[in-house]
Write a protein that binds this ligand. Structure first.
Ligand SMILES: NC(=O)c1ccc[n+]([C@@H]2O[C@H](COP(=O)([O-])OP(=O)(O)OC[C@H]3O[C@@H](n4cnc5c(N)ncnc54)[C@H](OP(=O)(O)O)[C@@H]3O)[C@@H](O)[C@H]2O)c1
Length: 346
């Protein structure tokens, strides 16, 4: 396991693989029992992992409740992150208002039986709360000692850039990172979110690195085992193989995996790890295992190193159109400057 500083706005030392705990508990009708969750947690820590991702809403609070028991004797050696926005079920217990934020952080601390969260994410843009209220709210929580760092999950790039600038100019605690859906199938963050994070020095945490299981290849062959997310959640949080592009991605993964005598998921996770080198952007991958065998399989991806040619192949088959204005900028640069443009600027 390697360690990184999470972006340029924090000194947080985090492992490159994060333990996602959306599967800790069974209140959503699909997940891991307390006993299995404990095995997953212990195996992750034994492998050198130190970054735990939960949320107030995961398995209706069960994820945080289970973690309370697991983290108690190693609290100082873990980076504990939780989220708010979707933990409640009523008008005033959801969203990102200051009222929801304060209630939610106090409830998370109680469930987790700890005094502070190391990193607190707004889970999702509620599209109403003014950014000033949110960022100043985070700053108050930092000053109160209830959280140490703040970040934004599932926010559009222009709002993150505004929030980050607001925090910097007003001397409030910075927005240190973003949490986004990113994997070989979902590459739209290449348009705005990733260049923004690089430019602003934000740490990046990728969620759904296996597209909810699709990149393991397990949905390509019919199986009698119906205990999977696709069936249990009716396709929620699973990006299926529904186009030629996705079929090509999965075929390429299978081909590269066979040359490494590895599994498709190892190659999918190795691509995420190698694609954004630390010098360019500080990225970590949030794993989502449902049992200890899946965790071990995910961790084994660290043994696979892809060649530059393999990374280029995967980049190409999964590439998306960057759209406007990126395409017209690229075309115009070629037209005006030819190949000399890169040389002039580098
Ligand atoms: N910020 C957000 O909005 C957000 C959203 C989603 C997730 N997250 C975070 O990111 C974490 C990871 O996301 P994710 O759970 O979607 O990740 P993922 O790795 O894309 O999907 C996890 C699922 O993949 C399947 N899987 C994993 N390893 C496998 C293996 N070795 N063999 C077969 N199947 C395997 C399992 O499916 P089955 O259950 O079918 O076995 C597992 O539940 C979450 O736990 C959470 O902490 C954040």
């Amino acid at each position: 396991m390697n360690y990184k500083i999470f972006g340029k706005k924090s000194g947080l030392r985090v492992s490159e693989l994060v333990l996602g705990t959306g599967n800790f508990g069974t209140r959503w009708g699909h997940g891991a029992t307390p006993e299995e969750s404990k095995k997953v947690f212990d195996a992750y820590v034994a492998a050198g992992g130190n970054f735990i991702d939960t949320a107030d809403g995961y398995q209706v609070g069960e994820s945080e409740e289970l973690l309370a028991g697991f983290i108690a004797d190693k609290r100082d050696d873990l980076v504990l992150a939780s989220k708010f926005s979707m933990g409640g079920s009523t008008l005033l217990t959801t969203g990102n208002s200051r009222k929801t934020m304060i209630r939610a952080v106090e409830a998370s601390l109680k469930r987790l039986k700890t005094d502070r969260l190391d990193l607190y994410w707004a889970h999702l843009d509620d599209q109403h709360t003014p950014l000033e209220e949110l960022v100043r709210g985070f700053d108050d929580l930092v000053r109160d000692g209830k959280i140490l760092y703040a970040g934004l999950s599932n926010y559009p790039a222009w709002k993150i850039a505004n929030a980050s600038l607001l925090a910097d100019l007003r001397g409030w605690s910075p927005i240190v990172g973003i949490q986004i859906e990113y994997n070989l199938i979902e590459r739209t963050p290449d348009r705005e979110l990733l260049p923004m994070a690089q430019s602003l020095g934000l740490g990046v945490a990728f969620w759904s690195p296996l597209a909810g299981g699709t990149l393991t290849g397990k949905y390509r062959t019919p199986s009698a085992d119906k205990d999977n997310r696709q069936v249990a959640w009716g396709g929620l949080l699973v990006k299926g193989e529904s186009s030629n592009r996705e079929t090509l991605i999965l075929d390429t993964l299978a081909d590269i995996a066979s040359t490494h005598q590895a599994k498709m998921l190892h190659v999918a996770l190795a691509w995420l790890r190698q694609r954004h080198q630390p010098k360019e952007l500080s990225t970590v991958t949030i794993l989502g295992p449902r049992n200890v065998a899946q965790l071990q399989d995910n961790l084994d991806s660290l043994q696979v190193t892809l060649s530059d040619e393999e990374i280029s192949r995967l980049n190409e088959v999964s590439a998306i159109s960057l759209g406007s204005p990126h395409e017209i900028i690229k075309e115009s640069q070629k037209l005006i400057y030819g190949d000399g443009f890169g040389r002039v600027l580098s």
